[in-house]
Ligand binder design. Structure first.
Ligand SMILES: Nc1ncnc2c1ncn2[C@@H]1O[C@H](COP(=O)(O)OP(=O)(O)OP(=O)(O)O)[C@@H](O)[C@H]1O
Length: 870
């Protein structure tokens, strides 16, 4: 009895000691609370339609060095009564008399100490059909009990990442859909609050009415009721569990679990010994292979995947860049390497992806693996993500992050001295390192990892890499490439009504293929001058088709235009399911539906761009993936890795907005054509006008664009932000170290190409000087060969001295508040002025203070309106 009780009390005392004061919670953000790059991500999020928030600064949770014990009680002290824990002890005394129930009940008690959300998360489901999975989970918990109790109970009790809860919910929904009668009879609302441990015989759950009644006094305050209900729930669950018979678990399940942990132990040893014998599945338990068959239908690896995974450099954990055409199956290799790291080397893994939508797609794809194999899948995108991440002792975490959130995560790990816990970092679409300020953030992230952790392996992949040598030098990585593509991709161009095949051997890069056979009336020609309907009706409704359009508005117009011309027969194709899609979309937005989608969905057509909310997007993507919708008109964002392939991809014009297509963009877009395992071939058709012919011929024949560092070009969002964070996080604080850091960046590798007129030393010195003059840094002490001099000592030549720098308050606030350094001083001045006197006569002053400067610079206010308002 005391064992369990004392364990709980001990945890409480730890919590009390380490819990931050209210003051510190509400104090100005510290350390990794406010992360560089979040604003940019907002932009991207907006772009992908995943969020519509606007703000000048971004607040994140306070930084604490959470350990798993703290997490267990996180958020609870705030609403539980002081006597709550004492009552818990009483309850233990009362209901845990039977020694054989002790462990089980303690388990439940501690679980119930967790928030409703955690309970909810742990309440896998109560469906009969799902008992197997729950039993599985419970068995795992039981088998882990030893570790849990001797360490901290962390893995059982800590925050299950929402991503994995989603997995359970999805499973629950799909089981629900099966329409099992017994399922229907259940009350879902109530069952959703049950814990895994409540999956016990009904008789044992229907219990302690007396205790409930006697202990609960009626109070009017809702708060008190909340506390009471928690307490009652606790009591009732504990009593129920105390009386319950120990559930009988399937022997087969238990055996499977034992086998899995045995296999993992063997795999750990194999991987440590660097043996050539890779065991049942690339040093992983055979269960992983089974899961790939079960969840992804992948029975066998492609030859290149096998070769890549068995490379010596990969076995030796060297950094690796690999490049294959789109749909080549790159992700699977990365996933296997990630699983080796999580399961065998017992380290956390970070996967960086370019967009929120892709992170979400990956989360849902990998959550099932996490549940089955015992690791956490954590989302770092949009508003999701905790800094620093929860420290877990047993299970490892796979963080799936956008570029910006990945950077913040790495910053927080460095700041808390935990960067070594990151065993592997995988970067998908590595070529994005050459794209503007997002590229600069990716570069900073990787450079910081390289500088601070010698044990973290970095793997980058892309379908569109050109100057790989530079990247190899930066990442100190090996390179693997192959031209493998499981489904052949045929490229076509359409000029007027003739179709040409792209042919590198032909004199002008193309050969005539055919003339479009579709008969157009004069009216139709006016409506559809590019013969889009002729092209799409060769494919839909039986196969899927993507039409890339230059703008969002164009997506909508093209979708409508196509539907006006399409035969009414299309309406009959999967009619009922399309109506369901419409209904589901309506449900998402309180009964209303975009009039364009209302007209196009019955034809199986929809637009896909950043104007959709993430829920709408998911719904439409699902309908498209299952063939209910057969045509998407979309913008280029869909090309960046969202797995929605099509039999035919049509590029409406060789433009993205007003910019002429880049080779990389073209490759990514046409790469969506040809579905592995479904299509035997994929086709792309680029529609062009005579005037663009020459440019297009160059586009299809020239090599991919090189990628170049944007670290210095993106001055305030690049090198300036980097230096501030290096000094703020104490990664490098003196001139010498900072210069050394810079030499190891992608810019350092390309400096001679990018900025010939200046040396890297000069660039470093100039940037530090600029930050110092701006009041973001201050020189601390001066280190000379003769010793330390005071900071105000005048020095003649920078080279003679080694400055040590400190971040100022303004610098820290800017770095942590993700403020663009271009206007951090203006913002500070404005806020300071606001402190002197806030004009509340009208809303004008408040609007001024809360309008981001970059937004303000995009519009040209009519000052007379303001004048009249005042
Ligand atoms: N060995 C395999 N056998 C069968 N299918 C596979 C295999 N490997 C990958 N696939 C499937 O091929 C499809 C494309 O794979 P993946 O998304 O990994 O390609 P990619 O190279 O990352 O493409 P992109 O550059 O477009 O992101 C996926 O549906 C994946 O499940």
């Amino acid at each position: 009895m005391d064992e369990g009780g004392s364990r709980i009390r001990r945890r409480v005392s730890v919590r009390k000691r380490t819990r931050p004061s209210l003051g510190s919670i509400f104090a100005a953000p510290t350390a990794a609370e406010l992360k560089p790059g979040d604003e940019k991500e907002e932009q991207e999020e907006k772009e992908m339609g995943a969020g519509r928030r606007r703000r000048k600064t971004v607040g994140v949770q306070p930084v604490e060095s959470y350990d798993s014990e703290e997490d267990m009680f996180d958020d609870y002290d705030s609403f539980a009564e002081n006597s709550f824990l004492a009552q818990l002890d009483d309850l233990e005394q009362k209901y845990m008399q039977l020694p054989e129930r002790r462990e089980h009940a303690t388990d439940v008690a501690t679980e119930d100490l967790c928030s409703d959300s955690i309970k909810h998360k742990l309440s896998v489901t109560t469906l009969d059909n799902f008992t197997e999975l729950k039993t599985d989970v419970h068995t795992k918990n039981q088998s882990e009990y030893e570790d849990v109790s001797t360490e901290s109970g962390a893995d059982l009790l800590c925050d299950v990442p929402s991503s994995q809860v989603l997995y359970f919910e999805n499973l629950q929904n799909s089981l629900n859909d099966l329409g099992d009668q017994s399922t229907k009879e259940r009350d879902w609302n109530s069952s959703s609050h049950k814990t895994v441990n409540e999956e016990l015989p009904r008789s044992s759950i229907e219990q302690p009415q007396q205790i409930d009644e006697s202990s609960s006094t009626v109070k009017t305050s809702s708060d008190v009721n909340r506390k009471k209900s928690l307490k009652d729930h606790l009591k009732s669950t504990m009593t129920g569990n105390a009386k319950a018979q120990t559930p009988i678990f399937s022997r087969t399940k238990q055996l499977k679990e034992t086998l899995l942990s045995e296999e993992i132990n063997v795999a750990k040893k194999t991987i440590e010994s660097l043996s050539d014998d890779l065991g049942p599945f690339y040093s992983l338990p055979s269960k992983v292979r089974d899961l790939y068959v079960q969840f992804k239908g992948i029975e066998k690896l492609y030859e290149w995947q096998h070769t890549c995974l068995t490379l010596n450099s990969v076995q030796e954990r060297k950094n690796l860049i690999y490049s294959l055409p789109t749909s080549g199956g790159k992700t699977l290799v990365a996933e296997i390497l990630m699983l080796q790291e999580l399961l065998c080397r017992r380290k956390d893994v970070l996967m960086i992806l370019p967009y929120v939508a892709i992170v979400q797609e990956k989360i849902s794809g990998l959550s099932s693996f996490g549940v089955e194999l015992g690791f956490f899948v954590e989302e770092y995108a949009g508003s999701k993500g905790r800094f620093p991440p929860i420290k877990r002792r047993e299970k490892k975490s796979l963080y799936i992050a956008t570029i910006e959130k990945g950077h913040s995560l790495v910053n927080s790990l460095i700041e808390t001295g935990r960067i070594g816990s990151l065993g592997l970092v995988v970067v998908d679409e590595l070529h994005m390192i050459g794209e503007g300020s997002r590229g600069a953030i990716l570069e900073m992230t990787l450079a910081k990892i390289l500088y601070t952790s010698k044990t973290t392996q970095i793997i980058g992949m892309s379908a569109t890499l050109s100057n790989v040598e530079d990247l190899q030098e930066f990442l100190q990585a090996e390179y693997y490439t192959s031209q493998f593509r499981p489904v052949e991709l045929k490229e076509y161009l359409k000029i007027n009504d003739a179709i040409y095949e792209v042919d590198s051997k032909a004199e002008n890069g193309m050969t005539f293929s055919r003339v479009l056979g579709y008969k157009y009336s004069d009216t139709l020609k006016k409506m559809d001058p590019d013969h889009l309907v002729a092209l799409v009706t060769e494919v839909i409704p039986n196969y899927s088709c993507l039409v890339f359009c230059p703008t969002k508005k164009n997506c909508e117009n093209v979708a409508e235009m196509i539907c006006k011309i399409l035969s009414k027969d299309c309406l009959k194709h999967r009619e009922k399911e399309k109506q369901e899609v419409i209904q589901n979309l309506k449900n998402l937005s309180g009964g209303s539906l975009c009039p364009v989608l209302k007209r196009t969905i019955p034809f199986g057509v929809a637009y896909h761009h950043s104007g959709l909310t993430s829920e709408e997007r998911k719904l439409l993507e699902e309908a498209y993936s299952t063939g209910v919708l057969c045509l998407f008109t979309c913008t280029s964002t869909l090309a960046a890795g969202v797995n929605l392939p099509a039999r035919r991809v049509i590029l409406r014009a060789p433009y993205v907005a007003k910019e002429f297509l880049k080779r990389n963009q073209y490759k990514q877009m046409i790469g969506r054509a040809g579905r592995a395992g479904i299509d035997s071939t994929g086709e792309s058709i680029l529609i062009l006008q005579e005037k663009d012919k020459q440019k297009v011929l160059e586009l299809i024949s020239r090599p991919l664009e090189n990628c170049y560092s944007h670290l210095v070009q993106e001055f305030t969002k690049g090198i300036q932000t980097l230096f501030l964070s290096l000094i703020g996080l104490k990664i490098a604080t003196n001139l010498d170290d900072i210069y050394h850091f810079m030499s190891g960046t992608f810019f350092g590798v390309q400096q001679k190409i990018l900025l010939k007129e200046k040396t890297l030393w000069d660039i470093t010195v100039d940037s530090l000087r600029y930050l110092t003059e701006k009041g973001l840094l201050q020189k601390d002490t001066i280190l000379t060969e003769k010793g330390l001099l005071q900071k105000d000592t005048i020095c003649k030549s920078e080279e003679e001295f080694q400055y040590s720098f400190q971040i100022t308050n303004l610098g820290r606030a800017s770095f942590k508040g993700t403020i663009d350094l271009a206007y951090c001083d203006v913002l500070y001045r404005d806020l300071k002025k606001g402190l002197e006197g806030l004009v509340l006569e009208s809303l004008l002053h408040l609007i001024y203070l809360t309008t981001p400067y970059d937004m303000a610079s995009q519009c040209d206010p009519d000052w007379m309106i303001y004048f009249r308002q005042i």
